[in-house]
Design a protein around this ligand. Sequence first.
Ligand code: F6R
Length: 606
Amino acid sequence: MCGIIGCAAKGLRVAPILHKGLKMLEYRGYDSAGIATVEDGVIHVKKDAGKIDEIHERMNLDDLPGSIGIAHTRWATHGAPSMVNAHPHLDCAGRVALVHNGVIENFLELKEELLDKRHVFKSRTDTEVIVHLIEEAMKSERNLLKAVMAAARRLRGSYALAVISADEPDKIVLARNESPLAIGIGDGMNFAASDVAAFIEHTRKVIFLDNGEVGYITPTEARVFKLETGMEVEKRIVELDWTPEMAMKSGYPHFMLKEIYEQPQSIREALKTQEKYLDLITEFLDRGKDVFLLAAGTSYNACVAASYMFSKLARLATTPVIASEFIENYGKSIGIDTVILAVSQSGETADVLAAIEHARLSAATILGLTNVVGSTLTRVSRAYILQNSGPEIGVAATKTFTAQLTVLAQLALRLARKRGKLAQYEIDELKDELEKLPELVEKTLKISDEPIKRLAKELKDAGSIFFLGRGISYATALEARLKVMELSYIPCIAYPAGESKHGPISVIEPGYPVFFIAPQDSTRKQIIGNIMEMKARGAKIYCVGTEGDEELEENSDWWLGLPKVNEVLSPVIYVIPFQLLAYYLAVERGYDPDKPRNLAKSVTVQ
Ligand code: F6R
């Protein structure tokens, strides 16, 4: 994720304003930060790795001259957190400075082209190509705005940009595609930021930029244009009544709800995973004799889903393992032919690190999937892949789960292609479905929110809840159980639906709430039988299935129909109502969904 801010003021030093704004954006990223200002035809920069307060203590971020400036707080996606990789980035001549939030997909090809033109790169980021593209464009374009437009037209991926030039020291040029960017209209000072929280202390008048728009601010002016046509756009100024606290949550009452709603975007980012990393991991997975998918908590549930994906698509048998059980269970049976894909949002979970350390000493190959560049997992893995979700503030994993699934599905698909296990049309269909996921998640959020909010009122005093699914939906049942239990503190049970008759069914008594996760997939026929078993014992049946599945709807006491989706991708869609249920149950029961009791975001003890 990352947060950017720019401020153009009249006769006022902006560095302290930018520094304060950065603090409000820190929830978007906190591995490095920096500020650039312009004064007397010179760009001044301070940046470093670390948290904003640490950097400020080392180099006093307020102590920069100039009344125009840009700033950035980073959540690394390309290039580890370090001083050179921190933003702002400068062109070769040091005349243009830029901050960026997003992921540039085609940066490698652009970098090659720019290297051929003798541009000198200092960082390992995707961002730096943009500032060199602008420098290149300045050779033919008349001004900074035109040069930024020319550069933006070359970019594939997501970006919110703020750019300053020593040659046009009165303005900040902006551009947006898929990453948020808002302009704040103040009195003698204008702002631009990823989030209004950064400037709400100064103004509540806001213009929200849309995708494909560029523009600029000066201390007294704000103009917006269409990137494609260059035509000026009349933008509406919105007057917000948010507090700074509400602004950080984009108006949502809790970070968790905000993060649930961020999923269309975080899945889009997860789909931008660099091909070369996918290929590298695929190569290692293909070579393994025994392949373990190792994780804890929600990440383990993602691994359970992934084991179905790898098996169904690539015909690769993998073993999902709970990290804290790995050494006892498999410690003695691993060796040079073992491949371990460790999945950890934080990359710091002690159980995961202990298990992979053990495996590493037995010569196993360690691969990683994580959300945090520079985390221990990235340092001990032979190869790793990033899910690009940005920081997750809510303790319960939501957007990072669906992003993990999205990356794991891409890996399974790639492995299937490498092994020749799917026909070309099947690969193409799945690729299309993957691309459609953000849209499907958006639809699912719309369909689910109101009915789930009402349902939470009905279930708020439940003594226990049962979750059942067959096939890959078993993973969804596991995650539904974890979310509901950890946030509402209602004891919950999850089982493969076919296994419930071998014991757990004995807990059922009249009115007991039993959820079935039942998309129209290869397990659909058998699930009816499992529903009947539960119904016969008086359970109240709550079913989440595919829209239009009348038979299931008729056999349920409560029904939610979701859009049709490919079987292996179904957990991404089907988990959404349960994330919402967990959230609304916590709220109904008077608990803080962002900070469930006894839990920490990253568990660094074994
Ligand atoms: C549940 C949750 C935890 C984490 C688990 C692993 O909502 O967030 O169960 O999934 O502690 O964390 P990572 O993925 O950071 O290793």
